[in-house]
Design a binder for this molecule. Structure first.
Ligand code: SIN
Ligand code: CO
Length: 381
C-alpha cells in the first residue's frame, strides 16, 4: 500500500496553504516508489482504441502531437518524445492504487491518473492546466519549471497542443523517483525528461459553471422538468413597449432560480452529472453471469472490488433515502439501505458485513447482481 509522507508539513497545512493556491515540491512523498506499470505495458495500452493517448515530439524544430491508438513507436528514435496515456487507473488495478493516498480529497473532485513515458529531452512543452495535479515521479529524473499565475499568453504550438509564452520560474527542480510536484490550476509549467523517465499525474478537475449549466440544461430536458411557463397574472399596464422592466427582469430571474432552488432536482443532477466518467471504463462482463444467491455466497468469502475509475456518490440529502448515483445513473433503495449505499460509495472494496443491510432488500441485491455481471464490481478470485 502506498503511503503519502509529507515530512515538511501536515496534510492540514497543505490544504490550508497550498491546495488551489500555490505549487510545492514534496520530496520523497512516496518512499521507495516503484513504477506502477512498465513502459512496455503503457505502450501496449496506447495501442488500444478504448484508451486515450497522445504522442508529443518535435519534428524539424516544430511541435507535433498525435492521438492514439498507435501501432508502433519504431519511427520515434531514442530521444525527444513523450507518450501520454490518460485514465490509466481505469485499466490497471496497480495504477488505481495511486489514487488512495489522495483520499483526503473527495472522489468527485478526482479526474484520473495520467501517465507519461518520456525519452531524454522529451516533454509536452510549456503549458497551463485547468486542474490540480500531483505529478509523482517514477523511474528516471525529470526537470520541472513552474512559473507564477498571471497573464500568460497561450497559443497553439500545434493544432492539438496549447502552449504558453516563456515564463520566469518560481520553482526549478529536478524530480527524483518518489518526489511529488503539486501544481494548482493556472500556473504555467514545463517538464523535460533528463533521461528515460515515467511520471504519474493524479489530476483533480473541478467543473466550470458553464459545464455545469450545460449539463443541468441537458438533465432538465432529459427528465422533462422545468417546462412550466413563466406566468404573470395581475400584470400592471405596461408603458414602454420595448422595455423589459425591472420587475419583469426579476420575474425572469425568479423563474430560472426556481430550478436552482429545487434541492431535490439539483442533488439528482449533481449526483448523476458528477458520477459520469470522462474516459471509458474497463468493464469486463462475466461470461457466466451469477445468480443473486451465488453472489451473496461468494461475498461471504471475499470482498467486492470496484472497477478502477467507477464513480459512485451520495449526497447528505439523498443518503437518508438510500439514493446513490453510479456511473451517471440514479438508484433508490430506501432508508434501510443507507449503510450499504454509504459503504458502496465510500470504499473501493466492500464486504458482506458492510453491505448486510442492503442484502436484505431485493432491489439492492438485483442491482448489485447486475453490476457484478456487467463488470462494475468484481471478485478478485
Ligand atoms: C507530462 O507528464 O509530461 C505532462 C504532465 C503535465 O505537465 O501536465
Ligand atoms: Co501540465
Amino acid at each position: 500500500m502506498l503511503t503519502l509522507s509529507l515530512s515538511d508539513f501536515t496534510l492540514e497545512h497543505f490544504m490550508q496553504h497550498y491546495w488551489q493556491q500555490k505549487p510545492v515540491v514534496i520530496r520523497q512523498g512516496f518512499k521507495q516508489f516503484k513504477d506502477l506499470i512498465s513502459p512496455e505495458e503503457l505502450a501496449g495500452l496506447a495501442c488500444e482504441s478504448d484508451v486515450e493517448s497522445r504522442l508529443v515530439y518535435k519534428k524539424r524544430g516544430k511541435w507535433q502531437a498525435e492521438s492514439g491508438p498507435f501501432e508502433s513507436y519504431d519511427h520515434l528514435g531514442k530521444a525527444g518524445w513523450s507518450l501520454i496515456v490518460q485514465a490509466v487507473n481505469h485499466w490497471s488495478p496497480e495504477v488505481a492504487e495511486l489514487v488512495k493516498p489522495f483520499d483526503f480529497l473527495p472522489k468527485w473532485r478526482l479526474d484520473d491518473v495520467m501517465i507519461s513515458y518520456s525519452t531524454p529531452k522529451g516533454g509536452v512543452g510549456p503549458h497551463i492546466d485547468l486542474y490540480d495535479v500531483f505529478i509523482c515521479q517514477g523511474s528516471g529524473r525529470r526537470q520541472w519549471r513552474v512559473g507564477d499565475k498571471g497573464n500568460h499568453r497561450q497559443f497553439a504550438a500545434h493544432a492539438a497542443l496549447l502552449h504558453v509564452d516563456p515564463f520566469e520560474a518560481m520553482i526549478d527542480v529536478e524530480l527524483l523517483p518518489g518526489d511529488i510536484l503539486y501544481i494548482p490550476p493556472g500556473f504555467p509549467h514545463e517538464g523535460v525528461s533528463l533521461e528515460t523517465s515515467m511520471s504519474f499525474s493524479v489530476g483533480f478537475r473541478a467543473k466550470s459553471a458553464c459545464d455545469m449549466l450545460s449539463g443541468l440544461a441537458d438533465y432538465v430536458i432529459d427528465k422533462e422538468l422545468g417546462s412550466n411557463l413563466l406566468s404573470d397574472p395581475g400584470r400592471p399596464i405596461h408603458k414602454n413597449q420595448g422595455q423589459i422592466n425591472a420587475s419583469d427582469f426579476a420575474l425572469i430571474k425568479a423563474h430560472l432560480r426556481s430550478i436552482l432552488d429545487d434541492d431535490t432536482l439539483l442533488a439528482d443532477f449533481a449526483g448523476s452529472f458528477l458520477s459520469r466518467t470522462k474516459c471509458q471504463l474497463d468493464l469486463q462482463a462475466l461470461d457466466e453471469p451469477l445468480e443473486a444467491a451465488e453472489l451473496i455466497d461468494t461475498l461471504q468469502q471475499q470482498p467486492l472490488v470496484r472497477t478502477g475509475g467507477l464513480r459512485c456518490f451520495y449526497l447528505d440529502e439523498t443518503l437518508s433515502k438510500g439514493v446513490c448515483y453510479i456511473d451517471g445513473e440514479r438508484h433508490a433503495f430506501g432508508a434501510k439501505a443507507k449503510a450499504a449505499v454509504r459503504a458502496l460509495c465510500d470504499h473501493d472494496r466492500v464486504s458482506h458485513t458492510q453491505l448486510r443491510g442492503g442484502l436484505k432488500i431485493p432491489e439492492f441485491v438485483a442491482a448489485l447482481t447486475h453490476w457484478v455481471n456487467a463488470g462494475y464490481w468484481y471478485f478478485e478470485n
